[in-house]
Write a protein that binds this ligand. Structure first.
Ligand SMILES: Cc1cc2nc3c(=O)[nH]c(=O)nc-3n(C[C@H](O)[C@H](O)[C@H](O)COP(=O)(O)OP(=O)(O)OC[C@H]3O[C@@H](n4cnc5c(N)ncnc54)[C@H](O)[C@@H]3O)c2cc1C
Length: 385
């Protein structure tokens, strides 16, 4: 529950209205949804998770997931922009201390600080727990020199949370999470963004160089692992899954509107159509139930690092990525060429399918299955969270 006088649904509705006006163009042109980001700033939703005492909306994890899903119904790129920003904010809230915390929270709450995420690296791909570029001490500050092959909203973010090998580290798994404001960096665009889907996320490559004050580290140097287990993993997997669920739910909703509005042109008694609609809906109810269960566990578990909890959090990501894509793919068969395949259909299945194709890649399901195999071996009793 947020502490704002305006209901959350109303604030989110203001953003989805703006997003809906621009979604065709931002997809066509692979253009970042600046108008919708401005509305996220103006509504205070960029500060959704910041406690009211610090000037934010004081929202919960459930609020973040609900908002991500609602944005996903209209524009999956925008939803991912929002969910990933909230993941960064959650890391700041849980692990930033003292001066850094005092500097960042009012800016986030006021909608002036949209946070980009820099974890992927060229050599190690998506592997979160290692880093190749190292932060180095220089004149009492931290030197940042980082190639970032994929940064959502990198050209629009006001600041970044960047993983780098800790200064003085002797192993690549001693990773630090460093904050750098946009104006503390020289930012060079190192590649374009012309993808199949997620086109409005503007996730092109950047080269980031600069020096930041020593206090701009989130958590302890070399201890990013703790942030991953307690914040990044749960928020990323539940947040992304909610975006994907929203996108698939939006697609199903538009298909139902199209079928009901077809005034007898579609045979609504077709058993094949009913079965396909049923399967699509069933997949979404499964994902919804899984997200909700995992949210409850994340909010109440004493220790998020135990195998059964990690397995559940990973299952949300793996399952949502596969099932939401399949649900929309099934809808293409259900409605056929005109409304399933053509770009100008009001069902927008074509865009939803392209966007959802990124879900298994966005932190590869293959990688998660390898981790889950190892975790499964650690839980001989096979107890569920
Ligand atoms: C739309 C979108 C937005 C993104 N935004 C950001 C962002 O803002 N910031 C950011 O840092 N990153 C971002 N990413 C990157 C994302 O988090 C992943 O890190 C990235 O998608 C992985 O890229 P990859 O598939 O090339 O690399 P890898 O993870 O290296 O995987 C490549 C392929 O190789 C296989 N593979 C490689 N290594 C292994 C292994 N050890 N175990 C099992 N299989 C393996 C897998 O089959 C995988 O499909 C984004 C990705 C997408 C799709």
């Amino acid at each position: 529950m947020t502490t704002t006088a305006v209901p959350l649904a109303e604030l989110v509705g203001r953003v989805t209205k703006v997003a809906g006006e621009h979604v065709r163009r931002t997809d066509d042109e692979a253009a970042f949804p600046v108008e919708a980001l401005d509305e996220l700033r103006a509504t205070g939703l960029l500060g959704l998770l910041v406690p009211a005492g610090d000037g934010g909306l004081g929202g919960s994890l459930a609020d973040v997931l609900e908002t991500s899903a609602e944005l996903g119904r209209v524009d999956m790129s925008l939803a991912m922009i929002f969910a990933m920003h909230c993941q960064q904010v959650a890391a700041v809230l849980a692990h930033a201390e003292g001066k850094l915390r005092a500097e960042l929270l009012p800016e986030i709450a006021a909608g002036r600080l949209y946070l980009g995420s820099v974890t992927t690296e060229a050599g190690k791909g998506g592997h979160l727990l290692t880093a190749e570029s190292a932060a180095a001490w220089r004149d009492g500050g931290l030197l940042v020199d980082r190639f970032a092959p994929i940064v959502t909203g990198g050209r629009h973010a006001d600041g970044f949370l960047i993983t780098m090998r800790a200064p003085d580290a002797d192993a690549d798994n001693q990773v630090s999470l460093v904050y750098a404001a946009r104006d503390q960096l020289e930012i060079e665009q190192a590649g374009g963004w012309e993808p199949l889907g997620m086109r409005a996320s503007d996730s092109g490559a950047l080269r980031l160089r600069g020096r930041v004050p020593a206090h701009q580290v989130v958590g302890r140097h070399g201890d990013f692992h703790t942030i991953v287990t307690t914040v990044f993993g749960p928020l990323a997997h539940l947040g992304w899954a909610s975006c994907w669920l929203g996108t698939a739910a939006g697609a199903l909703s538009r298909v139902i509107a199209s079928l009901r509005g077809s005034r007898g042109k579609t045979d609504l008694s077709s058993e094949l159509l009913m079965t396909r609609l049923s399967r699509s809906r069933q997949r979404l109810d499964t994902v919804h139930a899984l997200i909700d269960r995992a949210r409850h566990v994340v909010e109440t578990a004493a220790d998020l690092s135990v195998p059964k909890v990690q397995l559940l959090i990973n299952a949300v990501k793996i399952t949502a990525a596969e099932e939401c894509y399949r649900a929309v793919d099934e809808l293409v068969d259900a409605v056929g060429m005109r409304h399933g395949y053509l770009r100008d259909s009001p069902t927008r299945l074509e865009q939803s399918l392209r966007d959802l194709r990124s879900a298994v890649l966005n932190y590869s399901n293959d990688r998660l299955h390898l981790a889950d195999g190892r975790l499964t071996l650690l839980d001989q009793e096979v107890r569920f969270a």
